[in-house]
Every structure is written in structure tokens, then in C-alpha cells.
Design a protein around this ligand. Structure first.
Ligand SMILES: [Zn+2]
Length: 327
């Protein structure tokens, strides 16, 4: 199996991991990952008879989102209002909860996730957005608050049926003619890596986008320092659900292959700290998880923050964030 060529640039490849396991959601089996020696694209070949949907039965998209309650939830909600509507709370308690967010960088970044990219891409209220690979639709509400007309698509039909039952707009077959030239924005929010044939998906996306519409894509960076440090325990590998893990080079190449022009922007700055902690807990289980790691997280935060900034400046940050216009 060593002569498999890169699915993006057709370059030579080598086996990167021979027996990667599902460390996060425990699907049975082991999977082989390859790395392209030219463009650093990491992928795993699909085996005959493999049904990708099987790996999602224990995934968060099927087990239901953890419902947040109380002051934490209210604080985040007020911050989202402030972000999308410039709205200040009208009560002292509300102002206090909003002010509290200035001390909570992780919570702040959770709320900003998905909003800053829209701003960066110049997306305006009233536009239509297709959440491509929407999972349990957890971003749909946030984007509706931004003022967008949001529809969701996922290859998992059970997930789509759940969304439809909740009254959300769904697209069951984006390659159908009725969706050509329909959307102002397509958002691939940590979903491109889940598709077996990303080139095919990007060609479909090119068709559903209006002329001058925007594609926004957020996906793990195969060249991240976290990947180098934690190898098969890296949270971004997530075998077997992550099938294609891009580098900046392979992402640019696949865009060219599918007729997109040069990206408006391509950065790699987000998610370093959170992925560092979930990867280290996977690799060193003796650390324990959750609250046991909190004191360590607080002590290490300044060093990790500086490391994340250095990694970003060298192209080795955690997530690739791409914005490209459909010209
Ligand atoms: Zn390649």
C-alpha cells in the first residue's frame, strides 16, 4: 500500500499511521493514514464496503448537544447579542454578566467562533447561507441571530431528518439543479475533512454558490505543531471520521483543481490551545480529564498562548481558515 498517490496533487506518499484507532468515539477497527511527501496532505483510503455513516452513531451529532444553563449560558448569550447587534444589556446583572466575559477568553472565543469569519468575509445580514456538513445544526441558530437565511446539508440522512423535525431548512441533495446559484455563502465548518471526495463536494459548492458568493472553510491543519507533538493522539486526526486533512498547500491545490480563484484569506490561527489540551489528555490519560486538568491549564496558559502565536506565524497553527470568492 506504499505506492498510493496523493488524492490532491498526485504526489508520492508514505504511510503515516498504520493502525490508527477511534480514540474519541470508539468505533471498532483500525485505519491506515498516508501523508503526501509533496503537499503534506494527510488522508486515509476508503475501504470497499465501508459505510461512513456507521462512525457517527456514537458521535455528538447523534447523542445530542449538552444543554448549557444558568449564568454561564446567559453570559455567552449576552455576549453574542453584543457581537451581532451591538446590544448592551439593560440590567445591572446583565452588564455584570457581559463584563465577566472579558475574563473568560475560552468562552469568548466559543461565541466568536463562526461569527468572526462571517465578518472577515464581508457577509451581511439578509444573505443566504448553506451550512455544508451541518451535523446537529449547532451553528444554525447563531447564524440566524446574525440575520442570515440558513439552510443545512449533511451526508447523514438521520441528522437531516432530525433538523427537519426541528423546523430547520434542509437541503437533502445539493447537487440537484434546484440549488444551483442559490446561496450567497457556503460554510464548511470542520466538515471538509469528513468527506471521502472533497474535490467532488467543492465542485458542488461552486455550483450552489451565486456569482461572487463566498466559500468559508475551517478545517484542521495537517502541518500544525499539535499534530507533530501528539501524532496519532492529535485531536485533529480523529480517525476514522477525518478522511482528508489539509495543509495550506493541499487546500490551495484542491481549490485550483475545482476552479476557485486565489483565496481572499487563508490563515491558521485558531483552536491551538483547546486542541493541545484534548490531545494531551488523550495521550497521557494519567492526567485525568476535565476539572483535574484545570489548575495545569491556568498555569500553562501564558506559555501556550505565546506558543500558539509563534505556531501561527510559522504556518503551524491548528486550524486553516479560508475565505474564497466564487468568481
Ligand atoms: Zn499532495
Amino acid at each position: 500500500m506504499t505506492d498510493v498517490s496523493c488524492p490532491v496533487c498526485e504526489g508520492a506518499s508514505a504511510i503515516l499511521y498504520r493502525e490508527a484507532k477511534d480514540l474519541w468515539f470508539h468505533s471498532p477497527g483500525v485505519w491506515t493514514y498516508f501523508e503526501c511527501t509533496s503537499c503534506q496532505h494527510v488522508w486515509r483510503p476508503i475501504e470497499v464496503g465501508e459505510n461512513l455513516v456507521d462512525y457517527y452513531k456514537t458521535y455528538y451529532t447523534h447523542t445530542g448537544a449538552r444543554k448549557e444553563k444558568g449564568w454561564n449560558c446567559q453570559s455567552k448569550d449576552l455576549y453574542l447579542n453584543f457581537l451581532v447587534e451591538d446590544a448592551f444589556p439593560r440590567t445591572l446583572r446583565g452588564l455584570f454578566l457581559l463584563a465577566l466575559m472579558s475574563l473568560r477568553p475560552t468562552a469568548r472565543s466559543n461565541v466568536e467562533n463562526g461569527i468572526v469569519e462571517l465578518r472577515q468575509a464581508g457577509v451581511r445580514a439578509g444573505e443566504s447561507l448553506l451550512d455544508y456538513g451541518c451535523g446537529d445544526g449547532r451553528f444554525i441558530n447563531k447564524w440566524e441571530r446574525y440575520g442570515l437565511q440558513v439552510s443545512g446539508y449533511d451526508f447523514d440522512s438521520e441528522v437531516l431528518a432530525n433538523l427537519a423535525a426541528r423546523g430547520l431548512r434542509i437541503v437533502d441533495d445539493p447537487s440537484s439543479v434546484e440549488f444551483e446559484n442559490v446561496f450567497d455563502v457556503v460554510y464548511l465548518n470542520h466538515s471538509l475533512e469528513h468527506f471521502a471526495e472533497p474535490e467532488k463536494e467543492l465542485s458542488v459548492i461552486k455550483k450552489v454558490l451565486k456569482h461572487n458568493g463566498k466559500l468559508i472553510c475551517v478545517t484542521p491543519n495537517s502541518a500544525s505543531w499539535n499534530h507533530k507533538l501528539f501524532s496519532v493522539h492529535w485531536r485533529g486526526l480523529e480517525a476514522p471520521r477525518h478522511i482528508n486533512i489539509f495543509s495550506e498547500t493541499s487546500l490551495r491545490t484542491i481549490l485550483e483543481n475545482t476552479g476557485f480563484s486565489s483565496p481572499l484569506s487563508l490563515s491558521n490561527g485558531r483552536g491551538f490551545e483547546s486542541v493541545f489540551w484534548s490531545s494531551i489528555v488523550s495521550k497521557h490519560q494519567s492526567l485525568g480529564s476535565g476539572s483535574r486538568v484545570i489548575p495545569l491549564r491556568i498555569m500553562a496558559a501564558p506559555i501556550l498562548h505565546l506558543t500558539a502565536r509563534l505556531a501561527k506565524s510559522l504556518g503551524c497553527g491548528e486550524e486553516l481558515v479560508l475565505v474564497v470568492t466564487n468568481e
